[in-house]
Write a new protein. Structure first.
Length: 445
């Protein structure tokens, strides 16, 4: 939707609300519901304010010490939400509503460097300096439960009813059970301007996936965030619940496989991986070299690491292979569609940070002239020669803390910011008493 189209819709009375949103550290949409007339009269030109704690809180929206940009000492002041009018689009599942994503700046106009969207923008700028652009696709898996979100809360998330009671991977019969919901989500996202390709069932009970057209990386991240938020809103309206947890139970987890390639930045972009084997090899070698130290940006939560289990289609070994789903990095496609798929991320990742990590890793491989090792053939789960994906958030945190690549690519302020976020998550988990502990120890210890 263009600004002119929005203005006309407001004049006709078909649009009255604009959602002005930023994406927080957890990849969630935060912001304000603005009257459309106020958005057009004031916010388009001047932006809108939002408290800086929105980029310095945890999943419960609690504020913590340790963030340089936001604290009691700094007074929890404002930052500016600067509308990116290229992201204007309708929200078909909400009456009379459109959404506009924003970049985040300080009141003097300088970037809030810890903002995920700004982090990705800076990595894309590094590519642009070389005449390159990035294309990506994110494949989000989720689980559907017949309980409402409120019922699930009151049941303490126990004994929930999955929408499917058996493995419906590729099953047309099994997916038909939830087709009214999935169809509404597909069609709503298409009406919001996204190019929907397909949906399919997955392995865990009630697990599904909706896929979108491969696109320019920033657009992919924007649409990822809007889709994830919108799918939950539509599910709630239908009286059911979706979960994008990386690992809900002991069966297969929810992944976010990321397909990635480079093109030149001409008016008719030429795919580079198909035409420059040396570039492809060094960019992929950078993924292998940096995957462990960048895992924090692909798996940001304690729960993320439960997903890395042998024979689960989630990777445990840092390796690449030709169309090999046991590897962390899977090379697929031929000719112009040649790309790699990063399989390390879970559905709980922040797409801006994950894509920024992939770009930074690839540029390291190119600049260092890294040679690509031979592909792994066979079962990566049983390989004992190659490095392992970090097994815990603590391990990933320490690897990120020691990463010269991360500091060079993102800067010290960003690295410190996301290390503090990991520390907050680790402290919260360390203080929690879990059901596992109660069942194990209440009587028998």
């Amino acid at each position: 939707m263009t600004l002119e189209e929005l203005t006309e819709a407001v004049e006709r009375g078909t649009v009255d609300t604009v959602l002005l949103a930023l994406t927080d550290m957890q990849g969630r949409l935060q912001g304000k519901r603005l009257t459309a007339t106020h958005f057009l009269a004031e916010v388009v030109e001047h932006g809108a304010e939002g408290c800086n704690y929105l980029l310095a809180d945890d999943v419960d929206k609690a504020s913590f010490d340790g963030y340089a940009m936001s604290s009691w000492e700094r007074g929890y002041g404002d930052m500016m939400l600067v509308p990116d009018l290229d992201t204007l689009r309708p929200v078909p599942w909400q009456e009379g509503t459109v959404i506009c994503l924003s970049d985040v700046a300080w009141l003097d106009g300088s970037d809030v460097v810890a903002s995920p969207r700004q982090i990705l923008r800076r990595q894309l700028a590094r590519l642009a300096e070389r005449g390159w652009s990035a294309n990506a696709g994110t494949e989000l898996e989720f689980m559907v439960f017949l309980d409402t979100y409120e019922e699930a809360w009151h049941k303490a998330y126990r004994d929930l009813r999955p929408a499917n009671l058996y493995n419906v991977d590729y099953s047309l019969l099994g997916t038909a059970r939830v087709e009214p919901l999935i169809r509404r989500i597909r069609n709503s996202m298409a009406a919001a301007g996204m190019v929907v390709e397909d949906s399919k069932g997955e392995c865990n009970f009630g697990q599904h996936e909706i896929n979108f057209r491969y696109a320019e990386a920033l657009r992919t991240a924007d649409e990822h965030a809007i889709f994830k938020n919108g799918a939950k809103e539509i599910a709630a309206d239908e009286g059911v619940a979706l979960s994008f947890m990386a690992k809900y139970d002991e069966r297969e987890g929810n992944s976010c496989h990321i397909h990635f390639s480079l093109a030149d930045d001409s008016d008719s972009p030429t795919p580079l991986f198909a035409h420059d084997e040396k570039l492809f090899n060094s960019f992929l070698a950078g993924q292998l070299a940096c995957l462990r130290e960048m895992t924090l940006l692909l798996a940001p939560n304690v729960n993320s690491y439960k997903r890395y289990a042998a024979a689960s289609f989630a990777p445990t070994t840092v390796a690449w292979g030709q169309d090999n789903r046991t590897c962390s990095l899977r090379v697929v496609g031929h000719g112009p569609s040649k790309r790699f798929e990063n399989r390390a991320g879970g559905a709980d990742l922040n797409p801006y940070l994950a894509l920024a990590a992939i770009i930074a890793s690839g540029l390291h491989g190119v600049d260092a002239g890294l040679e690509l090792e031979a592909p792994l053939e066979g079962n990566a789960y049983t390989d004992e020669q190659r490095p392992r994906v970090p097994a815990t958030l603590q391990q990933a945190r320490e690897l990120f803390a020691g990463s010269d690549v991360a500091r060079e690519a993102f800067g010290e302020e960003v690295v410190a910011h996301y290390l503090n976020a990991a520390d907050v998550e680790l402290a919260a988990f360390g203080a929690a008493v879990t059901d596992w502990e109660r069942f194990r120890g209440f009587e028998r210890l």
